[in-house]
Design a protein around this ligand. Structure first.
Ligand SMILES: Cc1cc2nc3c(=O)[nH]c(=O)nc-3n(C[C@H](O)[C@H](O)[C@H](O)COP(=O)(O)OP(=O)(O)OC[C@H]3O[C@@H](n4cnc5c(N)ncnc54)[C@H](O)[C@@H]3O)c2cc1C
Length: 387
């Protein structure tokens, strides 16, 4: 009998790590996930909570990402109806909007085409009577409004549900468990990790580094050493306002820089986000800056001038973006799978929405390192339950 403890060890219990643990267990592999704080304690509880294709990524030509994300959105709507719900988006067009009616119509047509022309992908122009304008949207200089559909979730709950599904299929979880070092020996990794009780060792044929913003810090601790990708950390802030939840999600253009900002319903209140600010520091300590708070409040005041805007909560998360000369807004948002050796994959960036497809890709990429196992389930059909 082999003395290797696990087939796969996953470092990081955000959506990507939980997704890989689920896909590994569904494929019959013996999987262990290590999380240093709590499941979904980092980026995966600080997103905009959208399960979407990403209409705005069409502007930077990321068609493959949008198509994949729309496919994943439809799968999640089917397998997680308690956690992922369709929601209407309204895009108002004003006299001074950078994106004209024609621009939006073209974008939505392309979005519908990439989504496969299903009923959920239909869009329309809507009129806004005073009686319908119960959310208090600014109507001065409003030329029209478009409605399309995407989906919304609770990102932390979704992550916990995916981890629960992985555990139901036999995956193990150690939390808190911080990976501190690993080295490769003949045909497996020996990994050292710290728990509240002290340090322990565990072995596996393959390692997956799904540590989100810490991806390069973790990679640095793995031997033999391998090149790391050049990345930038970009923080995104959200505010929860003590204003009644809007009836739809508003897709708005920030007056200052024309970026897309969303005003969303969230637990009976209003959520507004997000920003893109270069971040340096310790990702566990990321917080919205005063500039970000003022930026988001000014967008809200511009579009909802008669609404209260008392902040009742605020949070920020850190994106991992490839380092390129392009503006943050235009950088690629798909996950990059970085292979250091046949038995080690690191995940850079990516979307909450695409976690399942990414996880399947990770497992396929490690298969040659893993023993033969009997498949247990198909992640595209496994029901995810709200815990
Ligand atoms: C502001 C913002 C808004 C976003 N909005 C959306 C959206 O609306 N829709 C969408 O699809 N995507 C969105 N995203 C993207 C999405 O949130 C992220 O891609 C996703 O949450 C990243 O998940 P992750 O598992 O890679 O990282 P994380 O969730 O950060 O998880 C990494 C985990 O690794 C753990 N860890 C780190 N080091 C170690 C170690 N040594 N040992 C053990 N554990 C370790 C950490 O504690 C952490 O829990 C958004 C991102 C941001 C920043």
């Amino acid at each position: 009998m082999s003395g290797v403890d696990y087939d796969i060890i996953i470092i990081g219990g955000g959506i990507q790590g939980a997704g890989v643990a689920q896909a590994a267990a569904a494929a019959g592999y013996k999987a262990l996930l290590l999380e240093k704080r709590a499941i979904a304690s980092a980026t995966s509880s600080r997103s905009s909570k959208l399960i979407h294709g990403g209409l705005r990524y069409l502007e930077s030509g990321q068609f493959a990402l949008v198509r994949k994300a729309l496919r994943e959105r439809d799968i999640l709507l089917r397998i997680a109806p308690d956690l992922v719900r369709p929601v209407a988006f309204h895009i108002p067009v004003y006299k001074h909007s950078l994106r004209s009616s024609l621009h939006i119509r073209l974008g939505l047509s392309l979005y519908a085409l990439l989504g496969g022309l299903k009923p959920l992908n239909r869009f329309k122009r809507v009129s806004l009577s005073a009686e319908q304008n119960r959310d208090g949207l600014e109507t001065k200089a409003l030329l029209g409004m478009y409605e399309y559909w995407d989906a919304q979730t609770d990102d932390a709950m979704l992550t916990r549900a995916v981890m629960r599904s992985a555990m139901d299929l036999g995956a193990a979880l150690i939390c808190p468990g911080t990976a501190i070092a690993a080295h490769y020996e003949k045909d497996h990794y020996q990994l050292r990790f710290r728990t509240d009780e002290g340090e322990r060792q565990v072995s596996a044929y393959a390692l997956v580094n799904a540590s989100g913003p810490w991806v390069n810090q973790v990679l640095e601790k793995l031997a033999p050493s391998s090149p790391r990708l050049d990345i930038e950390w970009v923080q995104g802030a959200h505010l929860v306002l003590d204003a009644p939840a809007p009836s739809v999600i508003y897709y708005l253009e920030a007056p200052a820089d024309k970026r897309a900002v969303f005003v969303m319903p969230w637990r009976g209140k209003t959520l507004i986000g997000t920003t893109e600010t270069r971040f340096s520091g310790e990702p566990d300590e990321v917080e919205p800056s005063e500039d970000e708070v003022q930026y988001l409040l000014s967008v809200y005041a511009h579009y909802f001038p008669a609404r209260p805007a008392n902040i009742i909560d605020r949070f920020a998360g850190v994106r991992v973006l490839p380092k390129t000369p392009a503006r943050f807004f235009n950088r690629p948002r798909d996950t990059i799978l970085h292979r250091s050796s046949p038995a080690l994959l690191s995940l850079y960036g990516g979307k909450l929405t695409g976690y399942r497809a990414t996880a399947e890709q990770v497992i396929a990429g490690l298969r040659t390192q893993l023993p033969e196992r009997e498949v247990k389930a198909d992640t595209a059909r496994l029901r995810l339950r709200n815990l």
